[in-house]
Design a protein around this ligand. Sequence first.
Ligand code: ISE
Length: 333
Amino acid sequence: MSIGVGIIGAGIMGADHARILAGQVAGAHLVAISDADEARAKSIAAETGAKRGVNDPMGLINDPAIGAVLIASPDATHPDFAMACIKAGRHVLCEKPLAPTAAEGLKVIEAELSTGRRLVQLGYMRRFDPGYAEMRQSLQSGRFGEALAMHCVHRNATAPSYFTSAMAIVSSCGHEVDVSRWVLSAELTSVHVFKARRSKLSHFDDPMLVVFETDKGQLVDVELFLNAQYGYDVKGELVCETGTVSLMPPADTVVRSTLATSTGLAPDWRPRFADAYRIQNQAWINSIRSGSPTGSSAWDGYVATTVTDAGVKSLETGQTVQISYEKKPALYA
Ligand code: ISE
């Protein structure tokens, strides 16, 4: 049976998810798209063949024709919408972050625990990127011995004008938090945020260097540079005892011309992670149909917010901050 999907938010990500679900994912159909700007919701609904464009997210959640809801509204609204979906028994794919802070994320965990089943998947799509998946697989194969460190670079061409240093840690660095935990099968135990000399083209601390320690004694370093100007650029290298595994530059061709070789870069994350989003969204629908959850859970979302809370504290104090978590409930084992 095809799953009826509703999307909350018709901005950059909501529209992208609507196109992916309509054109590249089997086993689901779009029922409604909701946005505070109803005209925008209607326009994306018309483009993607969704039955309705509305400005009533609660009505969408409670629509009996909708079995699964994709939340792509502004970050601060995620926990309330996720809890309303849980209450209505809807499956959820919630764009990251689960919540702006760990305290708000915990409320979602409590709501999910009260149902006794996992309904929420977090949109940390890098877990579905073929490069990161192969990196994790290489480590698990044991071919290169133990993992010692992971180097990450996260650059955007430009950040939105409303972005702050704290948002860079929560919204952007949150990806590295999730993917490094997943690749290393480890938990992050401390964080120190260093501010580099600020680019004069940036209105917040940019670039920053973020260094994490893991419970296995590894180091994870992240260069966050969200006004790098030249394009969207994500790099990752896993350093093991007898070898390293690096992400390849995401290009199908190399151009040689006028005494130089070059490969293209995307303006933002959607082309770079197009495969990851498509695979993630198909896996979400498959997991609803099969009853076996996949991807990042609400717990992973809570962990990411706990780490980013600590990162924001380090940014504010200039100190290394130790990270502690609630006890992991059995539902997420
Ligand atoms: C954005 O929300 C994303 O998720 C992108 O992957 C990230 O690169 C960007 O910095 C975030 O703002």
